[in-house]
Design a protein around this ligand. Structure first.
Ligand code: NAD
Length: 480
């Protein structure tokens, strides 16, 4: 059952108008498999209309907004998001199966993104450049124009906040394609943006299937910048489409992020980060810490304490606010179960199983494996489920080699009291973010975020995102 909404969730939002479409996709509640509601199945025609509406907004009212005015709209939007945190939380729990506490954290983060980018909108400055005699040279930052935002189902609110928030702050007009499994908070966000006074067409939402609406947006010649978060395969396809139109693209594609526990680590401090960074959102987190590298001298201790923590985790329906909810859909559940089957004889240190009386949702057990060889599939591939592996090491060099030994490089965590080692590893780890004596899976509105290798390229979040969502222009004036 979908809560009372003041807009029709089966509509698209184009040019400020909520519009019906001919075809629909059924949304399912992952907690019990029941039908939730229908959303639009936008196609090429709707995407084309949305891109045109975005361009019209740039040519019209939105294009005339000053940086201060853009900041004010975003700040008002952040306030409205805060006032609707309960509803956004409920929608996300129903739509994505996210436990209430975790869904609420996402809704609050969405407000924080609006506040952050609202406050930053008028603080992006150009530079003046000393040049030849008789010249004045300066740079300025301008919007790309129409930006396309293709968003996955795992953290819709956070990903929309970081990409649409930064894009609007810089004066772009957005076309948002939420994931077909998770559209409700995207639509609610757009509804609130209208209430906040965002001009028509500055934000358009076209829910639909990836191969239809997503591909149409990625390949549309009227789009000037693409931001994509999701799988490596789809990211590569989006980059190819962007390449054909020669437009920049930001890709955030997931990872196999390590936390490294050295012999001198403060294990009491580390333990909650080691476990929760793997189990948050049932492990469906691009920056999930799915590999725990442990110095052999602390191996027994870490295995025993993490196993105990696993046994205390409860799996349940999202509305009961368990530690771990269901996975997003049957496909994802089957994919994770496939990895568990493939683990074969790998030693299971602990398992947390779904309650017996759970309805027919997409649940999987949470499993901790160890010791696991660094080249095992479970230690190399992104599982996107509540599964972690413990990998022992003997030397710092070996730890670095193992940590850097996957195709990915998104986030890494180091647990050690040795300051010199902290600095050495921060340099040596191939990763977009390195956390020392903490771990921030997805956290930190203010912190630039993005990967290297197959984790993608470009940076979102923080002030850095504002550079990605704008173009630098150099002006050289000769005045003698
Ligand atoms: P996906 O990459 O296929 O989908 C992400 C977004 O891209 C969705 O909005 C989807 O509709 C859209 N899309 C799909 N095909 C497209 C195309 N051809 N052109 C343009 N857009 C397209 O991810 P998924 O199917 O939802 O999940 C598959 C796997 O991706 C998961 O098992 C997981 O490993 C990974 N994943 C990673 C992240 C992340 O944050 N890194 C998020 C979600 C999924």
């Amino acid at each position: 059952m979908c809560p009372e909404l003041q807009f029709d969730p089966s509509y698209v939002l184009i040019g400020g108008q909520w519009q019906a479409v001919a075809q629909h996709v059924t949304l399912t509640n992952p907690s019990d498999g029941s039908e939730l509601t229908k959303i639009a199945r936008a196609g090429e025609a709707e995407v084309d209309a949305a891109v045109q509406a975005a361009q019209s907004a740039l040519d019209g009212a939105w294009g005339e907004f000053t940086a201060v005015e853009r900041g004010r709209v975003l700040t008002r939007l952040g306030q409205l998001v805060l006032e609707h945190v309960d509803l956004l939380t409920e929608l996300e729990a129903l739509d994505v199966g996210k436990p209430i506490t975790q869904a609420r954290a996402d809704a609050v983060a969405l407000a924080r993104y609006c506040e952050f980018y609202g406050g930053a909108a008028d603080k992006v400055h150009g530079q003046s450049i000393p040049y030849l005699d008789g010249y004045t040279v300066y740079t300025m930052r301008e919007p790309h124009g129409v930006t396309g935002h293709i968003v996955p189902w795992n953290y819709p609110m956070q990903i929309i906040g970081r990409s649409v928030g930064a894009a609007l702050a810089m004066g772009n007009a957005c076309v948002l394609k939420p994931a077909e499994d998770a559209c409700l908070t995207a639509l609610m966000f757009a509804y609130l943006a209208q209430k906040a006074g965002l001009p028509d067409g500055a934000l358009n939402v076209v829910p639909g299937l990836g191969a239809e609406a997503g591909a149409a947006l990625a390949g549309h010649p009227g789009v000037n910048h693409l931001s994509f978060t999701g799988s490596v395969e789809t990211g590569a396809a989006v980059q190819q489409a962007a390449g054909r139109n020669v437009v920049p693209v930001t890709l955030e594609l997931g990872g196999k992020s390590p936390q490294i526990v050295f012999d001198d680590a403060d294990l009491d401090a580390a333990l909650p980060f080691l476990v929760n960074a793997g189990l948050q959102n049932a492990g469906q987190t691009c920056s999930a810490s799915s590999r725990i590298l442990v110095h052999r001298s602390r191996l027994d201790e870490v295995c025993q304490q993490m196993a105990e923590a696993y046994r205390g985790k409860r799996i349940g329906i999202a509305s009961s606010d368990p530690d771990i909810g269901p996975l997003i859909n049957a496909r994802q559940r089957d994919k994770v179960l496939g990895f568990l089957a493939q683990a074969g004889e790998l030693p299971i240190l602990a398992e947390s199983t779904p309650d017996n009386d759970l309805p027919d949702g997409y649940y999987v057990p949470a499993r901790l494996y160890g010791p696991v060889a660094p080249d095992h599939d479970l230690a190399q591939k992104e599982i996107f489920g509540p599964v972690q592996v413990i990998i022992p090491f003997d030397t710092e060099e070996e730890a670095v080699r193992i940590a850097n030994g996957t195709d990915y490089g998104l986030v890494a965590g180091i647990w050690t009291r040795d300051g010199a080692r902290q600095m050495r590893l921060a340099k040596k780890l191939k990763s977009g973010q390195v956390f020392i004596n903490n771990y921030g899976a997805g956290g930190g509105v203010e912190l630039p975020f993005g990967g290297i290798g197959k984790s993608g390229h470009g940076r979102e979040k923080g002030f850095e995102a504002l550079y990605g969502f704008s173009v630098l222009k150099t002006v050289a004036a000769y005045h003698g």
